[in-house]
Design a protein around this ligand. Structure first.
Ligand SMILES: NC(=O)c1ccc[n+]([C@@H]2O[C@H](COP(=O)([O-])OP(=O)(O)OC[C@H]3O[C@@H](n4cnc5c(N)ncnc54)[C@H](O)[C@@H]3O)[C@@H](O)[C@H]2O)c1
Length: 428
């Protein structure tokens, strides 16, 4: 696939300085990817400005943060937050008939998913209203931001939004089966994806995960007239990790956000064609609030320990060793993860060109069993090596994205374990 572009070398240190601004589009959560780049910006003395998705009242109304919520969010960001709700999507947006997509499942049981029928016209109506609401709120955010920006200098706009699971109660048991079901509880992601409920998810993911990046680029066009502006977004499109001693592309399956992530890449490619410096950085699998549903996604994270060893970085492994059960070594952990990643059950469908792949009963069972075995190697299930490795990855990724954004070279990059390990090993 021609769009594959792995970053192999460490980019030069960015020249961002005090007075330059990082604007974060999407909310910052404790262990989320965006922490890495925000830390870099703060360390350089840049002004960090954030946004919020807002909150939903019990009656469904979308509101801004309360003073108390705002103060807590600003403290964790280390900067001002523009308090206008930037929730994307349309699941709670009424259709022409007054019913929101999330309310179209009254009385639907999880096992009924295949027979649910949704009127595409109604969904389209909701989608347009949702998109209008988001773009309207985004315009208000941009107007406020305008007054906070310097007359000249650098602006780094970071897009971290992804999501869009419709907030109807019936989706959770279905998605739990789809991502975590085995045996009788297995659910085919392909069958679901081709159902009306699957199609709704697809449109919702596209809107939240991808199209918001396009709206952001569009809404901030006036800034490009006076400032040097670049855009960075987080993608996922598989990742190279060490398998049998060689860096090999692999992916979590079934990654149903994959089509939306390809659409996100398309948006960066189209912007780049117009001379706009927009880059999607495809990042490794880590554990965050958003990836908690994808149990087994962390199986691909363990080989980072091998990559770090090759680069001579030992501190992260030392911290991880301290979390393992007595008698369990890093070596044993790496061997188990490697056995998973090199198994024909997993490699049979490994293919970058036809990504993302759907699940199968055997593949999913194997993935979940390996995940459980690997997690059981930790002494305390609440303090696991995955948390340490995830933090290492978002820090490494943050520095790579930050430096690479200084003089953006391409609309797409894959940040694989090799360059991340190199980054972490060469940290001062
Ligand atoms: N976790 C991973 O393994 C992984 C891998 C590669 C890329 N990424 C990407 O990194 C980015 C950050 O995700 P993360 O994993 O750090 O999790 P996170 O939960 O910290 O961040 C998710 C972001 O999406 C926003 N969001 C969710 N629903 C939204 C909605 N309806 N409207 C507006 N914003 C919404 C949240 O406010 C938050 O800013 C995402 O683009 C994600 O796809 C994650």
């Amino acid at each position: 696939m021609t769009r594959y572009n792995a970053m192999r070398e460490l980019p030069d240190t960015a020249g961002f300085k005090e007075g330059d601004v990082l604007f974060l589009c999407g909310e910052l959560f404790g262990r989320g990817y965006a922490n890495g780049i925000v830390d870099e910006a703060r360390a350089k003395g840049m002004t960090v400005i954030g946004s919020t998705v807002g909150r939903r009242e019990t009656d469904g109304r979308l509101r801004a943060l309360t003073d108390e919520e705002l103060a807590a969010a600003e403290a964790s960001l280390g900067g001002k937050i523009i308090n206008i709700p930037l929730e994307a999507g349309f699941d709670l947006e009424p259709g022409q008939d007054g019913i929101a997509p999330a309310d179209r499942f009254k009385g639907v049981k999880p096992d009924d998913w295949a027979s649910v029928r949704l009127d595409p016209e109604q969904i389209r109506f909701s989608k347009e209203r949702g998109s209008e609401r988001f773009r309207g709120n985004l315009a208000a955010v941009v107007a406020q931001l305008q007054g906070m920006l310097p007359a000249t200098g650098n602006l780094l706009v970071v897009h971290t939004m992804a999501g869009g699971i419709p907030r109807a109660r019936v989706f959770m048991p279905i998605l739990n089966k789809l991502f975590k079901g085995q045996g009788d509880r297995f659910l085919s992601s392909e069958a679901f994806w081709n159902s009306d409920m699957g199609r709704l998810c697809n449109e919702s993911f596209n809107e939240v995960t991808a199209d918001t990046f396009g709206y952001l680029i569009e809404a901030t066009a006036p800034f490009r007239e006076r400032l040097s502006v670049r855009y960075a977004a987080y993608g996922y499109h598989g990742c190279e990790v060490l398998i049998d001693g060689a860096y090999t592309w692999q992916s979590y399956t079934p990654y149903l956000q994959g089509w939306a992530k390809i659409r996100l890449e398309d948006i960066a490619l189209a912007a780049w064609e117009k001379g706009i410096k927009a880059t999607v950085y495809n990042c490794p699998e880590i554990q965050t609030n958003s990836s908690a549903l994808f149990l087994g996604v962390e199986n691909s994270l363990y080989p980072l320990l091998g990559a770090l060893r090759m680069e001579g970085e030992g501190k992260i492994a030392e911290e991880c060793q301290g979390l393992l059960r007595e008698g369990v070594s890093i070596e044993a952990l790496l061997e188990r993860a490697n056995a998973y990643l090199s198994s024909p059950i997993v490699t049979a469908t490994r293919d970058l060109a036809s990504w993302p792949q759907h699940n199968s009963p055997k593949q999913q069972e194997f993935m979940l069993n390996c995940s459980a075995e690997l997690i059981a190697m930790n002494a305390d299930q609440k303090e696991i090596v995955c948390a340490v490795l995830s933090r290492g990855v978002f820090q490494g990724v943050g520095k790579l994205m930050f430096d690479s954004s200084w003089e953006p070279q391409a609309p797409l990059y894959w940040l694989n374990h090799d360059v991340i390990a190199k980054r972490l090993a060469n940290q001062a």
